[in-house]
Design a protein around this ligand. Sequence first.
Ligand SMILES: [Zn+2]
Length: 307
Amino acid sequence: MSMEPVNSGVAAEPAESPDVADAGAAPEAPTLGQLMLAVEELWPESLAEEWDEVGLVAGHPSAEITRVMFAVDPTLEVIDEAIEWGAELLITHHPLLLKGVTSVAANTPKGKAVHRLIESGTALLTVHTNGDSAVGGVSDVLADALGLQDVAPLTRAANGLPEEGIGRVGDLAEAMTLGDFAARVYGILPSVAGGVRVSGDKDGLVRRIAVCGGAGDSLFDEVRASGADLYVTADLRHHAASEAREAAVNDRPYLIDVSHFASEWLWLPAAADALGNVLADQGLDVDIRVSSTNSDPWDFILTPGGD
Ligand SMILES: [Zn+2]
């Protein structure tokens, strides 16, 4: 299944850097090891949550990299797209192997993925909660796309700067209705089946907005403490949403629930641009592209409730 992303899945073409010592030298392709240093500069592994598994999953650090593809999920469809394009490196947000395994036999989905990567010579690198937490990370991009200002993390990173951490909260320049803001959320997301679910008074005003790309139902205490009028996140289950609404003060925070994949997909073009810029500054040239595969597991929706 292929998607037509709103932000057109962009290839970041790094420009030749003016900082290169020998201005006449043609940009070179980096090794995987050099590329990993650029990734570490943007999304340090020390920012990852303790339970997370980030970094290199497959690949030789000495391998030359000319093409890099960014994607949300390392599904077989995404891996095949990367191989077909000729990417020597696939960078995904979600880990392929988060839990311990005792086999990567090719008769299991994850084993098949590992085999395809190694047999095709395609490296796989994970930038997960380190990509959430960093400045310019998943929730930062989401906050920016929604027009939030004076943005700060919902939870500070244990090993980071004050502006690093999970989730973001910020303010709109002017208050708007929940209905209008929901339309704004709808307008920035790539086309997926899930749509935008809203809890709250359509005509109620919102100005202070908390966001967390991906599953954010562990952050309700931080959202309440931030004084947000509205919390935008993904994967909100019945009890978490219901209890948060029961605990609302002055009916706030309202809730908006979106597709997990869509909320994180927004980060990919920004990440591709950022990596292209870091490499170009070092005189390194790589063709970077965002995957056009829609790996949201949901394909269609029936809405008997109407609007
Ligand atoms: Zn996620």
